[in-house]
Write a protein that binds this ligand. Structure first.
Ligand SMILES: CC(C)(COP(=O)(O)OP(=O)(O)OC[C@H]1O[C@@H](n2cnc3c(N)ncnc32)[C@H](O)[C@@H]1OP(=O)(O)O)[C@@H](O)C(=O)NCCC(=O)NCCS
Length: 339
């Protein structure tokens, strides 16, 4: 790498770290810094794509914003054919010049943005760019929520009382086929809550995750049983250390249709938080467009840290997500609903 490129990588990584620290103040570990550098290197590499776009805004000797557009699917776990493109926007939202520059870039590349199916993740702090993205045909598909176990456990009851007849046990190998079928059925029925979940590639990944959990001494995946039948599941994929540099969980949950709408998921989240506390999991993350998950997330103090953006036809309006009540303290200017 040339020294000018190395300098640019360092500047992009510094911008990434600065923005993330406003949302997750704990993101100061060496692991996090090296993940920022890795991301920055990837962004620069994609700048070499002849079809793609890479624009950056510098002031006072450092990068304050960048816009990257390139062909390829944004979800690392899916390999899909089609007109998929991804975007990345990094911008110091406390710098009005950087925000204004980013708006100009979105207007400049509107035709390109409108002519492909785009997806990408964007910091919650950039919420004021949502109308600009909307004009490019891109809107929020889901939000990422981050929970802190230490806070959440204080909000959970000491004993969790399930309705009579319901009980919880760890996932066993014999359950996996049924769990995958539950996921396939529910997310095909309601793709707006995660269209990719019913995709065979995602289900294969889920199967591998369940199988791995079955071999663990102390499990993270659970089923909810009534009359010996599985009616739902909840659990987490745990990474140690995660990109922020701490043990973190990525949570999943689902019930059969006839067991939805009974408030059972609240009990599942409480059970999961207890497990996280026992296993010293610091953060629990999740991507969701589910109003029930957002409601319970807010009860557990989870903060909204990023948007999953997409040019697929939106099912929910941006406002539905912007009304989420808990935002990181480092995002000082917030949507009107939260003032
Ligand atoms: C998502 C899911 C787990 C929710 O579980 P649930 O136990 O059925 O949730 P409930 O419908 O009982 O709702 C829980 C709370 O959210 C509230 N809620 C539900 N839908 C809501 C909506 N559209 N707007 C506002 N609040 C809503 C409920 O009123 C309830 O609050 P309350 O107990 O204070 O009254 C369940 O619907 C499911 O399995 N769906 C299919 C799979 C799925 O979407 N998984 C989540 C992917 S992120």
């Amino acid at each position: 790498m040339k020294s000018s490129q190395r300098k640019l990588v360092n500047e992009i990584a510094a911008l990434r770290a600065k923005c993330m620290k406003r949302q997750v103040p704990e993101a100061t570990t060496r692991i996090f810094c090296s993940s920022c550098r890795k991301e920055a290197t990837g962004i620069l590499k994609s700048a070499e794509d002849p079809q793609g776009v890479f624009e950056s805004f510098r002031s006072n000797g450092s990068v304050r914003a960048l816009v990257m557009l390139k062909p390829g699917i944004a979800y690392s776990f899916l390999k899909l054919k089609g007109n998929h493109w991804q975007f990345k926007i990094l911008c110091d939202w406390e710098d009005p010049d950087a925000l204004a520059w980013t708006r100009t870039m979105l207007a400049k590349h509107r035709t390109l943005l409108k002519s492909h199916e785009f997806a990408g993740f964007m910091d919650a702090g950039l919420w004021s760019l949502l109308p600009d993205l909307k004009r490019c045909g891109i809107s929020i598909e889901a939000v990422s929520l981050i929970g802190r176990t230490k806070l959440a456990i204080k909000k959970c009851p000491t004993s969790i009382v399930w309705p009579s007849g319901y009980f919880v046990r760890r996932v066993q190998k014999k359950d996996i086929r049924e769990l995958l079928s539950l996921m396939r059925t529910e997310f095909r029925r309601n793709p707006q809550f995660g269209w990719f979940v019913s995709h065979p590639q995602f289900l294969k990944m889920a199967r591998d995750g369940f199988l791995k959990d079955c071999k663990r001494k102390r499990p993270f995946e659970f089923v909810v049983i009534v009359n010996r039948k599985i009616v739902g599941h909840f659990g987490a994929h745990v990474t140690n250390p995660h990109g922020f540099g701490y043990k973190s969980a990525s949570i999943g949950i689902g019930f059969k249709r006839e067991h939805q709408g009974r408030g059972l998921s609240r009990l599942c989240y409480q059970e999961a938080v207890k497990v996280f506390s026992r296993e010293r999991v610091k953060f629990f993350m999740g991507v969701t467009a589910q109003p029930a998950v957002m409601k319970i997330g807010a009860e557990l103090g989870r903060e909204l840290i990023s948007f999953n953006m997409s040019s697929r036809k939106p099912y929910f309006t941006n406002d539905c997500f912007l009304k989420y009540p808990i935002w990181p303290k480092g995002i000082k200017v917030r949507p009107k609903y939260l003032k």
